[in-house]
Design a binder for this molecule. Structure first.
Ligand code: PHE
Length: 452
């Protein structure tokens, strides 16, 4: 997979993902964790292991960090800023990252074969419990409490490749506004009047060619007038958030240049119509969030069938990287005071780089296991997981640099280049070599790779 093709952290589940759907692959890769039979302990709760267990100690060590709760960490600062913008919304910030597979997927209408469910894409404690892959996993429980306007910020977990903009843990904020149907038209139109006035006076260009129709419909159960008002309220609310967050930056860059925002039709199994929102930043469209009108099925499951409204989920790292000028996603996890002490609660300041340690490259070449070997099909995320488990945050990037098929045997070999670099210190060649050796050992044992 071309790791250069993507340059920003994940924000949304797409219908067709760039990953292949291989739901049963890589079950083998969990075997070494299953062998250690003790249950997994998180926040004092014990989870028995089974053939689905694929969380690693490295990943579980992130659960306690709670970056979004630190008032002077960029992620915490951004959270507070958005909470201040949606001042009447209730902030929910301390829900456990461990959810049931039912909450994360089934309850929201994800198909049984959705690629996001696969062991190569998500972290499972066991067949029932997983690390949430998105904050939408909490929609039903929050709506069930009767909360009508809320923002929920949390750490979310997805297995992924390794580079400067992808990290297996990142933060999302889910926001929602629902109202009893009998009040919905009046509520949304009153809000629309205020927001539309504000937006019409702002230096913002909103590009929106989206259409409501067969592929992205209003829901049958909604009066089209009401669905239209709710959809417009969703758009006005998010345009005004984007203006708040990025308006300053657009003006700083190009002296009076308008902020450009683009709406795109999307698909999520739990909203209709659904959209993604992008903002123009340094000449490129940057995807910020996914959103839509909440499906009636969610309202029904939450025992509030008479309510309707909208929800969105945005990726905080991606926005923070732009607003604070943070060049590498791993920096958010740094405990180096040269990073942590740069930021102050309530303020957006530009990150000042404090060191440029050189990268240290190492190549690993291996033959893929033969199909008769009993090992599952090779998946890059499994290999990256091993790299991450051995080298932690020192693994800056893992890139496929060569593929070779033996002309006689037809056997395939791959060469990956691992770039080790620390944000805080020099990585020695000896240290890098040791890591590479450990990665080779683990890849042999867990994935059946034959090192060349
Ligand atoms: N949970 C979705 C994601 O992570 C984003 C989303 C949230 C979309 C709420 C619609 C409504 O991709």
């Amino acid at each position: 997979m071309n790791v250069l093709a993507r340059s920003w952290p994940s924000v949304a589940f797409r219908v067709i993902t760039r990953r292949s759907c291989n739901c049963n692959a890589a079950r083998f890769s969990t075997s070494s964790y299953i062998r250690k039979q003790e249950p997994i302990q998180v926040n004092g709760i014990s989870y028995p292991r089974d053939d689905y267990t694929n969380v690693t100690p490295t990943i579980l060590s992130k659960v306690a960090r709670q970056l979004h709760l630190q008032p002077s960490h960029p992620i915490g600062i951004l959270r507070s800023l958005i909470e201040a913008h949606f001042a009447t919304f209730e902030a929910i910030n301390t829900l456990s990252p461990i959810v049931t597979v039912h909450q994360n997927f089934d309850e929201l209408g994800f198909a049984p074969d959705h690629p996001g469910r696969s062991l190569t894409d998500s972290y499972y404690l066991n067949r029932q419990h997983m690390l949430r892959t998105h904050t939408s996993a909490h929609e039903v429980e929050v709506f069930k409490k009767g909360t009508e306007r809320w923002l929920l910020t949390a750490d979310v977990y997805r297995r992924d490749e390794i580079d400067a903009s992808h990290y297996p843990v990142f933060h999302q904020m889910e926001g929602a506004h629902v109202v009893p149907r009998s009040e919905a038209l009046a509520t949304f139109e009153a809000s629309n009047a205020i927001l539309e006035k504000k937006l019409s006076n702002a230096n913002i260009v909103i590009m929106d060619d989206t259409k409501v129709g067969a592929s992205n419909p209003y829901q049958d159960c909604h009066d089209p007038l009401l669905a239209e008002a709710a959809t417009r309220n969703l758009k006005n609310s998010l345009n005004s958030l984007v203006l708040e967050l990025f308006g300053g930056i657009a003006n700083r860059a190009g002296a009076g240049e308008p902020l450009q925002v683009r709406w795109i039709e999307a698909f999520f199994p739990f909203t209709s119509p659904s959209y993604e929102v992008e903002v123009m930043f340094e000449g490129k469209w940057l995807e910020l969030l996914g959103c839509g009108v909440v499906k009636q099925a969610t309202m029904d499951r939450s025992s509030v069938p008479d309510k309707m409204g909208w929800a969105f989920g945005l990726g905080l790292e991606r926005i923070a990287m732009v607003l604070f000028g943070i060049p590498d996603i791993r920096l958010f996890w740094s405990t180096d005071p040269r990073f942590t002490q740069q930021f102050k609660a309530g303020q957006i300041t530009s990150f000042k780089p404090y060191s440029k340690n050189p990268p240290c490259y190492q190549d690993i070449s291996f033959w893929l296991p033969e199909s008769s070997s009993g090992f599952a099909q090779f998946h890059e995320n499994d290999f990256c997981e091993i790299v991450r488990d051995v080298a932690g945050d020192l693994a800056e990037e893992t890139a496929l640099v060569d593929t070779f098929v033996h002309p006689k045997t037809g056997r395939k070999s791959l060469c990956y280049r691992i770039n080790y670099r620390s944000m805080d210190r020099n990585v020695t060649t000896k240290e890098a070599r040791d890591y590479t050796q450990q990665i080779e050992e683990a890849a042999k044992a867990k994935m059946g790779l034959e090192i060349r």
